[in-house]
Ligand binder design. Structure first.
Ligand SMILES: C[S@@+](CC[C@H](N)C(=O)[O-])C[C@H]1O[C@@H](n2cnc3c(N)ncnc32)[C@H](O)[C@@H]1O
Length: 400
């Protein structure tokens, strides 16, 4: 029998929870809470690999071993399904992205008493953790931090720069928000920095949108084998591993569907992967993203029809879905309540719902269950290793 002081699970925000329901920071399943409040480490308590763990806001779970991490990701998704009685027929083992695989990141740089500090912020704060190592970032992104720190060392006074880094086909796409070089000298050293680092692109955003400062050749990301123009700030799945897991699920579950709708399509992560086997209708609210998808679809003569559409205000209606055999949707964190309402009322036989928020997903999917869809498959996905951010792929099948 489990002792009431034993940690039995990790809660959604990363605390360990004892068998009698107390929350304990930095505790892994199997640890035991001692009477003096300290922890006796159990078999799933790992030595955190990073010196910044505990202060850096990017990771909450480095004290958990791989088995405990996978269990956390599984439980988050399974509990969300359970909370709405979705009762999945099959739950797959979580697809966990490996260390050093994150291909996009939002960092921050500030002047820390005369020298630049660059890194993720602390949890719930604007304080910057000056990053000296990182176990989640792709090494190519991490390698840029040191030269960037060196470049920023010439700046005087207060600054707070929002740094967006994405690994694209040509190298690193960097956006600096809230920064513009002052004068010829800073501009020239910034150009030298871009050249020396072999940046794919540098955009600067001082409040009016990202402006290209350096882009020796057009920046692309390859999706489904097709290079798609990558608009500054566009969405890309956090790791290649995660993208492969999500796309693999969609391809497998929608195999044999003649006509498929890809809703919240972004640059076409799913549409382009499905286009060799299905006719695809892709809908997306971001004009730059859907235009980039349209361009590559036209150029490569793919059967992908693109619609620029706000699916919150103007969801694809049930009548419009007549003739579609399958739908994949991958909405933002808020979910897609009104769109799912229309899906529930449609006759579409297979719905693949990809989500980065198990709670909004479960809430939305109640509508599918009530309309006669069955949750056939559930695949938890841990793209944000060591964080509490969990994703999933799910397949709903209309019951006859
Ligand atoms: C999680 S991303 C998924 C993108 C794409 N499926 C992928 O995997 O790369 C969510 C997408 O929803 C889009 N989006 C957000 N609000 C929207 C809305 N109201 N209508 C349509 N698309 C929206 C975003 O621009 C973004 O491309």
């Amino acid at each position: 029998m489990t002792d009431s002081n034993t940690i039995i699970r990790i809660a959604a925000k990363g605390d360990g929870v004892t068998a009698d329901g107390r929350h304990v920071a930095m505790a892994a399943p199997g640890d035991v809470l001692l009477p003096d409040g300290s922890l006796e480490h159990g078999p799933h308590h790992a030595a955190p690999p990073c010196r910044h763990f505990g202060t850096c806001g990017a990771c909450q779970l480095q004290h958990c071993d791989d088995a405990a991490l996978a269990e956390f990701v599984h439980n988050r998704v399974a509990f969300a399904a359970q909370s709405q009685e979705l009762d999945p027929a099959h739950v797959a083992a979580p697809a966990m992205s490996p260390p050093h695989s994150r291909r996009r990141a939002s960092l921050r740089a500030i002047n820390g008493g005369g020298r630049p500090l660059i890194g993720f912020t602390q949890a719930g704060s604007h304080k910057v953790v000056d990053m000296r190592e990182c176990h989640v970032l792709h090494p190519r992104l991490f390698e840029l931090v040191r030269p960037l720190r060196h470049y920023l060392a010439q700046l005087k006074g207060r600054y707070a720069i929002a740094i967006e880094m994405t690994l694209v086909d040509q190298g690193i796409d960097l956006n600096l928000g809230g920064f513009a070089p002052e004068g010829l000298e800073q501009t020239e050293t910034l150009l030298d920095f871009c050249r020396d680092q072999g940046l794919a692109r540098l955009t600067l955003d001082h409040g009016f949108g990202a402006e290209s400062f350096w882009e020796p050749e057009p920046v692309t990301v390859t999706l489904g084998g097709y290079p798609v123009a990558f608009p500054p700030g566009a969405f890309l799945q956090a790791t290649q591993h995660g993208e492969d897991a999500l796309v693999g699920a969609a391809r497998e579950w929608l195999a044999g569907c003649g006509r498929v709708a890809d809703l919240f399509a972004g640059l076409g992560t799913f549409a382009l992967a499905l286009a060799d086997t299905s006719q695809v209708m892709a809908a997306e609210a971001d004009a730059a993203a859907i235009n980039a998808l349209r361009l590559v679809a036209n150029r490569s003569r793919l059967s992908v029809e693109c619609a620029h559409r706000d699916l919150f205000r103007n969801p694809v209606r049930a009548e419009e879905l007549a003739g579609f055999d399958g739908v994949v949707l991958d909405p933002p964190r808020a979910g897609a309540r009104t769109q799912v309402e229309q899906l529930a009322a449609s006759g579409v036989s297979r719905i693949v719902y990809i989500s980065c928020n198990p709670s909004s997903w479960a809430r939305d999917c109640v509508q599918l269950k009530e309309a006669g869809y069955r949750l056939q498959e559930l695949r938890p996905v841990g793209q944000f290793r060591w964080s509490t951010h969990v994703e999933l792929a799910s397949l709903f099948v209309r019951q006859a």
